[in-house]
Design a protein around this ligand. Structure first.
Ligand code: NAP
Ligand code: ZN
Length: 347
């Protein structure tokens, strides 16, 4: 017996969201049924819905920042019990056998990880978290520690891990000068996490409008990139830069801010390619890299780290009928700092 639940879907790239019903599969022995309480709105949802990355299928229920409570477990589930506070991020499965999966990097599964929404599984497209409930294999269900409210925890499942993973990989910590480009959903978690790791943190934002917030969230310095003097002042001064911007940037200008052996990690995923001059990389032996979310074990590590350091996302909780408006505000960089849908408003 499958379960039918209400959800909010994009009927096409341009039409407003509407309520639909989706079916959730019957529980396999290792499956968990989760009553979703909150779902974050990630800019990736917007890129996907608006078909900016191509290959979107409709109707599409986005949502890969899911927090809720376990409602039912399959007969062989050991990791989670009914009533547990749990989360689901961008993946709901992977091959589990390839070298990357075995290394705990399921996001880079050689067969392709199964996305929480928009992936084809047995002829059906997966549908995400803007919905009342979801069924996920226990291996891809994370425990949300006590100490983080479910609404503030939801964005950690994508925004949190997408920043935690590169910050750890490239050694953000005491003595490292880290810059975060873009103070949005991802960027604000980057500031909090890099600060908690002990790094010296700078924010590179379009203007100084968010300066007070940035400093309160843990940044040591805040700069406006609309001011050309910023690029002269900061030339060659960062060990690590994480670019969270959802739009095209002048990569050469930002690469010029890297110190000797510095790395610029691209996590923002704009629609268009961004050119890079060889002579932006050659001086100071600079690196340009990319990073995609994080593996399941590291996602749990990040949640535990956030609980230990009292970190959650700064959120604005909305009802499901406000999704279209929220999308417009995210695109206009007018979000402080993540919209989270109260799933109780999906009836
Ligand atoms: P977001 O909340 O919209 O934040 C992006 C921020 O970038 C904005 O708040 C703004 O910050 C800055 N920005 C926006 N437009 C800009 C422009 N034209 N020029 C300069 N700066 C601009 O988005 P998000 O949810 O954090 O996602 C950011 C990007 O990461 C998206 O492309 C998303 O698809 C991608 N993403 C990647 C991964 C991954 O695994 N790699 C995971 C999740 C999301 P200021 O106001 O401070 O300038
Ligand atoms: Zn996301």
């Amino acid at each position: 017996m499958t379960t039918t639940v209400s959800a909010y879907a994009a009927p096409s790239a341009k039409a407003p969201f509407e309520k639909i019903t989706v079916t959730r599969r019957d529980l396999a022995p290792t499956d968990v049924l989760i009553d979703i309480k909150f779902a974050g709105i990630c800019h990736s949802d917007i890129h996907t819905v608006r078909d900016e990355w191509g290959a979107a299928s409709y109707p599409l229920v986005p949502g890969h920042e899911i927090a809720g409570l376990v409602a039912e477990v399959g007969s062989a589930v050991t990791k989670h019990a009914v009533g547990d506070r749990v989360g689901v991020g961008c993946m709901v499965d992977s091959c589990r056998e390839c070298v990357n999966c075995k290394a705990g990097e399921e996001q880079y599964c050689l067969a392709g990880n199964v996305g929480t929404y928009g992936s084809l599984v047995d002829g059906e497209v997966t549908q995400g978290g803007y919905s009342q409930a979801i069924v996920v294999d226990e291996a891809f269900v994370l425990g949300i520690p006590e100490g983080i409210e479910l609404d503030a925890a939801a964005p950690l499942l994508c925004a949190g891990i997408t920043l935690y993973s590169p910050l750890k990989h490239w050694g953000a910590g005491p003595g490292k000068r880290v810059a975060i480009i873009g103070l949005g959903g991802l960027g604000h978690m980057g500031v909090k996490i890099a600060h908690a790791l002990g790094a010296e943190v700078s924010v590179l934002s379009q203007s100084l409008k968010k300066q007070e917030d940035g400093l309160r969230l843990g940044a040591d310095h805040f700069f406006a990139t609309s001011d050309p003097a910023t690029f002269e002042q900061l030339a060659g001064s960062f060990d690590l830069i994480v670019n969270t911007v959802s739009a095209d940037l002048d990569m050469d200008a930002y690469l010029g801010l890297l110190a000797l052996d510095g790395t610029l990690v691209q996590v923002g995923a704009p629609e268009q390619p961004m050119p890079v001059a060889a002579f932006s990389l050659i001086p100071n032996r600079r690196s340009l890299a990319g990073s995609m979310i994080g593996g399941i074990a590291q996602t749990q590590e990040m949640l535990d780290f956030c609980a230990q350091h009292g970190l959650g996302s700064e959120i604005e909780v909305i009802s499901a009928d406000q999704i279209d408006e929220a999308y417009e505000r995210v695109v206009a960089s007018d979000v402080r700092y993540r919209f989270v849908i109260d799933v109780a408003t999906i009836t």
